[in-house]
Design a protein around this ligand. Structure first.
Ligand code: UTP
Length: 282
């Protein structure tokens, strides 16, 4: 019997300052920078909705109102586009918006992605939920969050999406996941998470966190609340996940798909080139 998914809520943190793109991000959120004709964060929303998420909460900050406007209908604009024969360019977004409800809460100070996630606690409550950062795109046939939900439905414990890579010089740029391989295909039990380890200490399994995609249970809230500030004096999701993995089962799933970063200039350019080639534009 197929188990019914109970993961219906998703959190996307978009409250960071985006300093690596200044001055472009002075008045425009970095999550709204386009990859071709879609803002980065729309790819993530599409992934969530394609995974069965029906309520999405953005953790925003004062600079981020363009995100709220993007994920809302604009009826007069829609009418006008219909009149001039250009509605088809907006239609996919309008149809997407009909499939979910969007909520917003603020992180008043950029104290780290973990601190931002904790701002969503009141909205999410005790339900299991999906979490994504706001600046990574995963190009996959089946939306990655949906792949993780399938694993979650089996294990009923937190799950993180991971990628396997061989090049140790690449591995040290990412969070590494040390984990024990299980009998179930591509599923691991997490031993610990280490952010950007030394080259001789990388994960022996070659597992990295490329693009933050998690399914969390309510236990993450306590882990975040009990966390002392880590790297750079900030509260990090990875540190809370690590604390959780020391106490109770935490799984990693090697998802099908390829991760693309958009957090700095070169990464955004490479990501854009990938999607341009995919669409036959280059
Ligand atoms: P980053 O650390 O890559 O982004 O956060 P940043 O701080 O916005 O960028 P730079 O380094 O200044 O250029 C990854 C994701 O987590 C969110 C960001 O908005 C981004 O989507 N984030 C980060 C928060 O919501 N709050 C924070 O305090 C930090």
């Amino acid at each position: 019997m197929i188990k019914q998914s109970v993961v219906k809520k998703g959190v996307i943190t978009v409250a960071g300052l985006g300093t690596r793109f200044l001055p472009a991000t002075k008045a425009m959120p970095k999550e709204m920078l386009p990859v071709l004709d879609k803002p980065v964060v729309q790819y993530i929303v599409e992934e969530m909705i394609g995974s069965g998420i029906t309520e999405i909460i953005f953790v925003t900050s004062s600079q981020k109102s363009p995100i709220e406007n993007h994920f809302d209908r604009s009826l007069r604009f829609e009418e006008y586009l219909k009149k001039i024969g250009k509605y088809q360019q907006l239609e996919p977004l309008v149809e997407l918006l009909k499939k979910a409800r969007f909520f917003y809460t603020r992180q008043s100070e950029p104290l780290g992605n973990g601190h931002a996630l904790l701002c969503a606690k009141g909205f999410v409550g005790d339900e299991p939920f999906a979490f994504s950062d706001g600046d990574s795109i995963i190009d996959a046939k089946t939306p990655v969050i949906g792949q993780l939900i399938q694993v979650f439905n089996e294990v009923q414990a937190p799950v993180i999406g991971v990628q396997k890579i061989k090049d140790k010089k690449e591995m040290i740029k990412y969070g590494n996941v040390y984990a024990e391989k299980l009998k179930v295909h591509k599923v691991y039990k997490v031993i610990k998470f280490v952010e950007k380890p030394l080259i001789d200490k990388v994960s022996p399994e070659g597992l990295i966190v490329g693009g933050m995609r998690y399914i969390f249970t309510k236990e993450i809230w306590e882990a975040l609340e009990n966390l002392k500030p880590g790297r750079g004096g900030e509260i990090w999701v990875a540190d809370a996940a690590n604390a959780l993995a020391q106490k109770s089962p935490f799984y990693a799933f090697e998802y099908e798909g390829k991760y693309f970063d958009t957090g700095d200039k070169v990464a955004l350019l490479k990501t854009t080139i990938h999607f341009a080639k995919k669409e036959g534009l280059l």
